[in-house]
Design a protein. Structure first.
Lengths: 420, 105
């Protein structure tokens, strides 16, 4: 009996458990899934909680309900991976051996890594994150009490999960404050370590334009050193200070601490892998899917899904002793809520930046790439249902894993140059 | 692809002026590249530039981010901002003749 061990029952781990249990014979392969708790959070929902669009209860379901029969689900915290000994040590002393290990433990916000953030007296009174359920619920209370002043939306450092989320937060905040009739009493500043609104030039130009249109100021190349709790300001390494009355920050995102403790992570605790096969560079019997690896594409659920499509075929081949012939191209697509009931859609990969056009069907859509439309917004809301009922169970979704150029319009290069 | 003449040599650069081929780089060229963005190279400047080159070669041709410069190279981020004002990651990679760090996805 061969042993496959999956660490993490989030988006990537759950999809893999479902897909691989169907592909690998139960008589030959034992599949074990480990997670430290039994609460699966629909993370895209965090964005909507501060504005009261979703309630915290709505986006949490038990993990076991989405895992298939025929896998062992173990509730335990991981202490350490012993890659040379092919085993995982759990807290409490239990050890699990494996033939193959798949790490799907994601990325975690680390407010403790910026002086004055988690350890500051303003944490969760005037300084909030919305990358945790507690953070976004606390921010909801604070926004309801907010009557005016300086709202600062801030990114600590890239990469972060769902890199468009802070932009979406800004658009939704503009919308929310307008509906409450206090938009004119609030200044919104978007503070980023990048040199523009987004990481990819064409999208950066489009999204930057949307920020300007909504009267949101942008402060670029801002590398935070600390939060000055007394002065109520964020301070950069080059000594710029931006004062706030309400700070919404995206803390540094890192891989899990046990990955760092096991000596498997890079400087942020993400595991270096081959970007096309997702196989650990250091250990042939370890694969990493979802946010936990260092692949140079967005940390997003769509990426985990596209990675799984490629990986499952490869792993089935590997299990038979055949070569892995499928290659992941970095495909990501992100819905971007732009407020006022509209949204945009970005579709890109390692080689091609987000383009305009229609998706998923050439010229038909119904969704418009890189352009605001109501159907994009409805697509984002409908996605919650798809997530629980199609994506996690590993049912076929009519989106190809490899990105297609059909129906897309190559970007105007002058726009690209202006963006970066 | 644009070509430019730096220190009497024809060099291929991209639209932002970054070297296309890191192997065309040498320290004499770095002095000229630095001068073009208003930086006079001193010993304090050379240490991070040399580390960036070495790390890029050793680490599968990935340009180190500021965080990596700090954790793996032991450089103080605030000093890097003082040496290469405003955009240290971009300026250092420009001078070191390696691609801009792509930690930003």
């Amino acid at each position: 009996m061969r042993k496959l061990l999956i660490l993490g029952a989030g988006t990537a781990g759950t999809i893999l458990a479902n897909r691989l249990r169907k592909e690998l014979a139960e008589a030959e392969w034992q599949i074990t899934v480990v997670d430290r708790d039994d609460s699966h959070h629909y993370q895209p929902g965090y964005l909507f909680i501060p504005f009261g669009i979703y309630s915290p209860r709505q986006i949490v379901k038990p993990r076991w309900r989405f895992l298939p029969d025929g896998v062992d689900f173990t509730l335990a915290e991981v202490e350490r991976i012993d890659a040379d000994g092919k085993s995982v040590l759990l807290k409490g002393g239990r050890t699990l051996d494996y033939d193959y290990l798949i790490v799907t433990t994601g990325a975690v916000p680390r407010p403790d890594q910026t002086p004055g953030m988690a350890d500051g007296e303003l944490w969760h009174t005037k300084v909030f994150d919305f990358y945790t359920l507690e953070g976004s619920a606390a921010l909801h209370q604070a926004l309801e009490r907010f009557t005016g002043g300086r709202l600062v939306v801030h990114i600590t450092e890239m990469p972060i999960k769902c890199p468009v989320a802070p932009l979406e937060f800004s658009f939704l905040a503009d919308d929310y404050l307008t509906r409450r009739g206090i938009r004119d009493k609030v200044s919104i500043t978007y503070v980023t370590p990048l040199d523009g609104a987004f990481t990819k030039p064409v999208a950066s130009a489009t999204l930057g334009h949307l920020l300007t249109e909504r009267g949101i100021e942008v402060e670029t190349d801002f590398m935070i050193e600390s939060i000055d709790n007394e002065a109520q300001a964020i301070v950069s390494y080059d000594e710029r200070e931006i004062p706030f009355d309400l700070l919404v920050t995206v803390p540094l995102n890192m891989g899990q601490q046990f990955i760092i403790d096991s000596g498997l992570g890079d400087e942020l605790g993400f595991i270096p892998v081959d970007k096309h096969t997702l196989r650990s560079v250091a250990h042939d019997d370890i694969f990493v899917l979802g946010d936990a690896s260092n692949v140079p594409t967005s940390k997003a659920g769509s990426v985990a899904h596209f990675e799984a499509d490629v990986f499952v075929d490869n792993f089935v081949a590997l299990a038979k002793g055949e070569p892995m012939t499928h290659s992941f191209d970095g495909h990501a697509n992100c819905f971007v809520e732009s407020g006022r009931g509209k949204g945009l859609l970005l579709d890109f990969n390692y080689e091609t930046q987000p383009l305009t056009g229609t998706f998923p069907l050439p010229r038909v859509g119904p969704m418009q790439l890189l352009k605001e439309s109501r159907s994009n917004h409805l697509g984002k809301l409908a996605f919650e249902h798809i997530y629980w009922h199609m994506l996690l169970p590993g049912r076929p979704i009519p989106l190809p894993a490899a990105m297609s150029m059909t129906g897309k319009i190559p970007a105007d290069p002058s726009m690209a140059a202006a963006g970066h | 692809m644009p070509t430019t003449t730096i220190a009497g040599r024809r060099i291929d650069v991209n639209e932002e002026g970054f070297l296309v081929n890191p192997d065309e780089w040498d320290e004499a060229l770095a002095v000229e590249l630095a001068r073009q963005i208003g930086i006079e190279m001193t010993d304090a400047h050379w240490a991070p530039i040399r580390f960036m080159r070495e790390d890029y070669q050793a680490n599968d041709k990935v340009t180190p981010t500021l965080r990596r410069m700090s954790t793996a190279g032991g450089f103080n981020v605030k000093e890097l901002f003082a040496l290469f004002p405003k955009k240290p990651a971009k300026k250092m990679s420009y001078i070191a003749g390696v691609p801009k760090p792509v930690g930003c996805v």
